[in-house]
Write a protein that binds this ligand. Structure first.
Ligand SMILES: *Cc1c(COP(=O)(O)O)cnc(C)c1O
Length: 234
């Protein structure tokens, strides 16, 4: 087994263990492999090991990889845009990705909807919540969620699938869990209102257990699969 296949197997085992220990079925949690800054060859290794969902943070880099795989005839990868999105880049996301996790204002949502090609299914979107209320992070507050969700579900080019958050790092499990629960409560309420909602994108390497125990359905893992990132080359 190569390193990436080995790492993937370990991460999947961790997800299964975390799910089982809180009485959830491992299949309820989707692993998103975060491949930002990593070459297409690394994605190919993960793909060969059965991974199908990949997360990218930088629009142009993601589009280049998506084109590469489409050109090689590989059509069954789900590409998730998980980085901050500026409106001048929304068209590339709408035209190439399957999901966008970082919708946090109506302007971006409207643009993505208008720019989504009619030949493609609606773009799956998550509303990003700034759950730790950090000035520097993107995302809306929970108080703003209902109003934005009601607007997003009306947009024909989008399919509202749920919520995403990047909580502030916390070493303590109980605090990680408390924050993750706030997201899960908001997610459950949204699900009742909109039946298409089924995804809570929450949990990274350091808070995966707490996120899964709280109700996450999608964890985003990069380094533990692909190794450390080298930003000096970019
Ligand atoms: C980079 C990134 C991840 C993965 O981080 P790792 O520490 O490499 O596992 C997850 N979610 C988002 C939004 C990211 O930008």
């Amino acid at each position: 087994m190569n390193d990436i296949a080995h790492n993937l197997a370990q991460v999947r085992d961790k997800i299964s263990a975390a799910a089982t220990s809180c009485g959830r079925a491992p299949e309820e949690i989707t692993l998103l492999a975060v491949s930002k800054t990593k070459p297409a060859s690394a994605i190919e290794e993960a793909y060969a090991a059965g991974q199908r969902g990949f997360g990218e943070n930088y629009v142009q880099e993601g589009v280049d990889k998506i084109r590469h795989f489409k050109d090689s005839g590989i059509a069954d990868i789900q590409w998730h845009f998980i980085g901050p999105l500026q409106s001048n880049k929304s068209r590339l996301v709408a035209e190439h990705f399957d999901w966008c996790h970082t919708v946090d204002r109506l302007k971006i949502a409207s643009r993505l909807s208008e720019q989504r090609p009619a030949s493609l299914p609606p773009l799956n979107v998550l509303i990003q919540v700034n759950i730790s209320d950090e000035q520097s992070k993107s995302g809306i507050s929970l108080a703003e969620l209902d109003a934005l969700a009601a607007q997003v579900v009306e947009l024909p080019g989008l399919c509202l699938r749920g919520l995403m958050a990047i909580p502030a790092p916390e070493a303590d499990y109980e605090r990680q869990f408390a924050v993750a629960r706030q997201m899960a409560v908001a997610f459950d309420a949204l699900k009742v209102r909109y039946p298409g909602v089924d995804t809570l994108s929450l949990g990274m390497s350091d808070d995966m257990q707490a996120a899964i125990a709280a109700g996450s359905t999608m964890v985003r893992i990069g380094t533990a699969i692909f190794g450390a990132r080298d930003y000096t080359k970019n």
